[in-house]
Each structure stands twice: as structure tokens, then as C-alpha cells.
Design a protein around this ligand. Structure first.
Ligand code: F6P
Length: 359
């Protein structure tokens, strides 16, 4: 008899169900007597003993379905020491559930924040295996996370669509894309969608350089400029501030998000009409791309193989075209940033894309 728990934690993304299915199908393939406990809404379900005993049928027909059949929630690690509503300790509750159900292993599908809690559970003696999910692609230890490719397709499609309307108007268009504090999604979508300016958090932008790039395009007779801007992108002035100063400045200016702030500066300086598009959670929604289905399935299969071999404390990761593993402690609490010196940045600059900095 093998008892396996599964949960999805943090913001959802495409191909979570494909990964869940990959784990389950492989386990059922190797064991006749496996019991899979699906915890509801992430760590919250583990804390509150809210789960479903899954059957093989639960994992059918979900390969191409977005979201997660288990539900998810954000359980921020920084509040892990704050008690639950009923006063019980979060960590203790999770360990108790694991022990009461006599689990042999807990499979956690999560991003950056979720890995800190996963590693905490590992340090407290639980058998943990994790899978890297996030549209942000900012998880250390894996060359790519599932969800990223699907979100990239959507973000690129959004830029493509802006192109056709932009071509009809003399305007500056800013697309604000997700990615939290990293620029993976914006950099890739910006290149794939042919953006003229790409702004990412790893390269704080000089407003004068952005204005020069727009003005140059106008002088060349180009009617429009498309800016792909990461939600976490900062101007050089903002990057030089403390987090507290930034928050205060933003509260005072009252803009709903960075793209609106930049748009207002562009209009003030150039007089050009600006339109802002924020695709938001659309980027995380809908069906997974074929690439993500394959990636998530492969990660799921390898996770199940680790369980079969009693190997725990690992994140299953992509090492370019190979699926591999990395110890959880090497991943937890780390963010994978775009390296400003990387080849892709240099190639974007070679193409003449403005990255907000003087080259
Ligand atoms: O981490 C994934 C992500 O979609 C980020 O890109 C974004 O900043 C954040 O989640 C949005 O979080 P929420 O769904 O909680 O609003």
C-alpha cells in the first residue's frame, strides 16, 4: 500500500493538471494499491485536513484543461508562524495531517514561495517531492517551468493583436505583462511579438532613453511604438529608492500600475497619445500549450519514479531537454533572474530593440 498526497500551491498556471495526471498515471501504472490524497486549495487543505481520496477517473480528461482540479491558494511563507483561525500552529497542523493519513510522500506543485514551505516540511522530516510551476519562469534550478510557454503564447498573441491596431493609429502602445519581479515573460514575448521597446526589472530603464527611442521612430516616419513592459519594471529613479520610498511615491501618484505611470510620463514629455493594455490573468488562463503538456507530463512521470524509488527532498526539474532533479534546499528561497549579460539581451540589442538603457 502506497499513500501519496498531492497539492498545488500559489498562483495557478497552465499544465498543472497535466503534471498531476502525469504523476497519478505513472503511480497507477506501477502500483495496484496506491491511494492518492488530493489536498484542497494548496497548503490550506493540508493544514485543515481538507482533502479528497482521488480515484483513477479523477485524472482522466484533464490533460488539456487549464487551472488545477485540486484548487490552489497563496499561503505566504512569511506568515507561516502566525496561527490558523482556530489558533492551531500551521506547521504542526501540516505535519499532523501527513502523519494521520500515514502518507509515504507529499507531491507539491508550486512556484517560488511554495518551495520555501516545501523545504520547511522536508526539514521537519516529511518526504517531499516538488514540481516547478510558474508562468514567471523565475524558479531557480530548472531551465524552464511549466506554465511559462503557455503564458508566452498568450502574451505574444496580445502583442500581435496590438500591432494591427497600432498600425492604424499614430500612438504609443504599452503592454504590461506579468512576471512578478522578473522579466522572462516580457523579454521573450517582446522579442516574439516584435516589440520596439522592452522593459524588464533586471534592467532599470532611463526615461530619456525610452523617449529618445520613441522620438527616433517618429522621425523615421514610423507611426507607432510598441512597448512590452514587465509588471515589475522600474525606472532608474525607482530602482534607487528603498521599497518603502517606492510604495510611498506610488501611493501618492495614484497610478494603477507601472504601465500607466510610464504612459503618463511619455505623454507629458512627447505629447504623444498613449494606450495601455494589461492582459493580466488572461496570461495564466486557458488550455496549456502542447509544449507545456509534454513538459508537465514528463516532470510528473519522473516525480512518480522518484516515489517508486523512495527518493525524496527533491525538485524535479528541466535541464534543457533532459528531466533531472535538484535538492530542495538548493532551490528554496531563490529567484532566477534574467542575466543582463545574457546572449538573449545582447541579441535583442543587436536587433535595435530599446531595453531602456544606453548601449
Ligand atoms: O506568480 C504568477 C503571477 O501570475 C505573477 O506573474 C503575478 O505577479 C502574480 O502571480 C499575480 O498574483 P495573483 O494571482 O495573486 O493576483
Amino acid at each position: 500500500m502506497l499513500n501519496v498526497g498531492m497539492l498545488t500551491s500559489g498562483g495557478d498556471c497552465q499544465a498543472l493538471n497535466a503534471a498531476i495526471r502525469g504523476v497519478a498515471k505513472t503511480l497507477y501504472h506501477y502500483y495496484d494499491d496506491v491511494v492518492i490524497y488530493g489536498f484542497t486549495d494548496g497548503y490550506r487543505g493540508l493544514m485543515k485536513k481538507e482533502f479528497r481520496v482521488m480515484t483513477e477517473r479523477d485524472f482522466s480528461g484533464i490533460l488539456n484543461i487549464g487551472g488545477t482540479i485540486l484548487g490552489t491558494s497563496r499561503t505566504q511563507y512569511k506568515y507561516i508562524n502566525e496561527p490558523l483561525e482556530d489558533g492551531s500552529d500551521k506547521l504542526e497542523s501540516m505535519i499532523n495531517t501527513y502523519k494521520e493519513l500515514n502518507l509515504d510522500c507529499l507531491v507539491i506543485l508550486g512556484g517560488n514561495g511554495s518551495h520555501k514551505t516545501a523545504d520547511l516540511l522536508r526539514r521537519n522530516g516529511l518526504n517531499i517531492i516538488t514540481l516547478p510551476k510558474t508562468i514567471d519562469n523565475d524558479l531557480e534550478g530548472t531551465s524552464v517551468s511549466f506554465g511559462f510557454n503557455s503564458a508566452l503564447e498568450i502574451a505574444t498573441n496580445a502583442i500581435d493583436r496590438i500591432h494591427t491596431t497600432a498600425a492604424s493609429h499614430s500612438r504609443v502602445f504599452i503592454l504590461e505583462l506579468m512576471g512578478h519581479k522578473t522579466g522572462w515573460l516580457t523579454l521573450h514575448a517582446g522579442i516574439a511579438g516584435g516589440a520596439d521597446i522592452i522593459l524588464i526589472p533586471e534592467l532599470p530603464y532611463d526615461i530619456n532613453v525610452v523617449i529618445d527611442a520613441i522620438t527616433k521612430r517618429t522621425e523615421q516616419g514610423k507611426k507607432f511604438t510598441i512597448i512590452a513592459m514587465a509588471e515589475g519594471a522600474l525606472s532608474e529613479e525607482e530602482a534607487a529608492m528603498t521599497k518603502k520610498q517606492r510604495k510611498a511615491t506610488w501611493k501618492e501618484d495614484g497610478f494603477p500600475s507601472p504601465a500607466f505611470r510610464l504612459g503618463s510620463r511619455i505623454t507629458a514629455i512627447t505629447g504623444q497619445e498613449v494606450r495601455v493594455t494589461v492582459p493580466g490573468h488572461v496570461q495564466r488562463g486557458g488550455e496549456p500549450s502542447a509544449y507545456d503538456r509534454v513538459l508537465a507530463t514528463r516532470l510528473g512521470v519522473e516525480a512518480a519514479r522518484l516515489i517508486v524509488n523512495s527518493q525524496f527532498g527533491l525538485m524535479v526539474c528541466a535541464d534543457n531537454d533532459q528531466i533531472s532533479t535538484i535538492p530542495l534546499e538548493e532551490v528554496a528561497g531563490k529567484t532566477k533572474l534574467v542575466n543582463p549579460e545574457c546572449q538573449l539581451i545582447r541579441q535583442a540589442e543587436d536587433l535595435g530593440i530599446c531595453l531602456g538603457q544606453n548601449v
